[in-house]
Design a protein around this ligand. Structure first.
Ligand SMILES: *[C@@H]1O[C@H](CO)[C@@H](O)[C@H](O)[C@H]1NC(C)=O
Ligand SMILES: *[C@@H]1O[C@H](CO)[C@@H](O)[C@H](O)[C@H]1NC(C)=O
Length: 335
């Protein structure tokens, strides 16, 4: 009879539909519940003193090397991106740019550091840094990495330090804060002086709109013989790092710059300490804090998954792979 033939098929397609919607639901809403701010703070306060675990560091470094190989690939170089290579943009669907002579001439020969780097500070811009007294400890590292051209004037030195060896710059900052370098380029060059001889790490090959401002930045610094050097992020590296963290359950449209930078540090440095990575609105004592150490401007919501990212970093802290500094840096306790 007809219904006999129909029924299993409709059951099958109903099952399939349920299955698909369950998978979609699981993708959008992770299976585990993300603990709330209070629970996270409680857990952190209960943690014993941090100890580094060399076995865990070696194992994690091997994983990162297999997926992403930061030492060879974190920046675009003449060695990893020869003339004619198609740079496949990681933030666009099917868009790539072939390396021509002009573009090639902007790349360094190879990763320009003496590797591995020893002790690295990675500085996020969280409001938790304010009144932290962490500046001198941040600066004591051999290599200091910072996010998104943060302000480093005297008033912040005590908490955020001033030394910088690598700082990320989002092309959108160049457009918004410096009129895409179409007007005064001198004010831009002046404001880069706080970063000393550092490398400025720009995702020139992630979004189509980012390439132009990144190249302008390169030529501006080069024309003014500035002390800073541009490094373009390698889109293959960014894509692999994103895959790596998504495989660990991060459900964001895009990873934050901070997590990319931590991944770079874990690949390049023997010893990594994070400062200012705290995406919550209160500190460990329950006091309300500002969003950044220098202002209280909120980012777009829904783009990054900061608490999820934080939990992944906290797992690394608990396993002794990196150290996350959250509270104040007490000058008396040597760490
Ligand atoms: C260090 O990490 C390894 C591998 O993750 C683990 O098996 C070991 O128990 C850890 N050692 C300590 C002292 O925590
Ligand atoms: C570059 O750094 C040197 C000191 O290392 C300084 O004397 C010089 O003024 C700097 N140049 C620019 C353009 O900032």
């Amino acid at each position: 009879m007809l219904w006999r033939g129909l029924c299993p098929r409709s059951r099958l397609s109903l099952g399939l539909a349920l299955c698909v919607s369950l998978l979609c639901w699981l993708y959008v809403y992770p299976v585990y519940r993300i603990p709330d701010e209070k629970e996270i703070v409680e857990e952190i306060l209960q943690q014993a003193r941090w100890k580094r675990n060399q076995t865990a560091i070696a194992a994690f470094r091997r994983l990162l090397e297999q997926c992403c190989d930061a030492q060879r690939l974190f920046a675009v170089t003449k060695l990893n991106s020869p003339l004619g290579k198609n740079l496949r943009f990681d933030g666009e669907f099917l868009y790539s740019l072939a390396v021509n002579n002009e573009i090639f001439s902007m790349f360094p020969q190879d990763t320009p550091f003496q590797l591995p780097l020893k002790k690295c500070s990675v500085v996020g811009n969280g409001g938790i840094l304010k009144e932290s007294n962490c500046g001198s400890r941040i600066d004591k590292a051999d290599f200091v990495m910072r996010c998104n051209l943060p302000p480093l004037s005297n008033e912040y030195t005590k908490d955020a330090g001033y030394r910088t060896h690598l700082v990320t710059a989002n092309p959108s900052i160049i457009e918004k804060r410096f009129q895409n370098l179409l007007w005064s380029r001198k004010s831009f060059v002046e404001s880069m002086k706080v970063y000393g001889h550092s490398y400025i790490y720009m995702p020139a090959f992630s979004m189509k709109t980012g390439t132009d401002p990144s190249f302008r930045t390169y030529y501006t610094l080069s024309d003014f013989s500035a002390n800073q050097t541009i490094l373009f992020a390698n889109p293959d590296f960014l894509r692999n790092v994103e895959k790596f963290w998504k495989g660990k359950g991060i459900h964001a449209k895009r990873l934050s710059t901070g997590l990319f930078l931590v991944s770079v540090a874990l690949g390049l440095c023997e010893d990594v300490t994070l400062y200012g990575f705290w995406p919550f609105s209160m500190d460990l004592q329950g006091r309300i804090i500002s969003h950044h150490y220098y202002d209280n401007v909120m980012p777009f919501s829904g783009y990054h998954a900061m608490p999820e990212e934080f939990l992944q970093l906290w797992l690394l802290h608990k396993s002794g792979i990196l150290k996350m500094q959250i509270g104040k840096c007490d000058e008396n306790t040597k760490q």
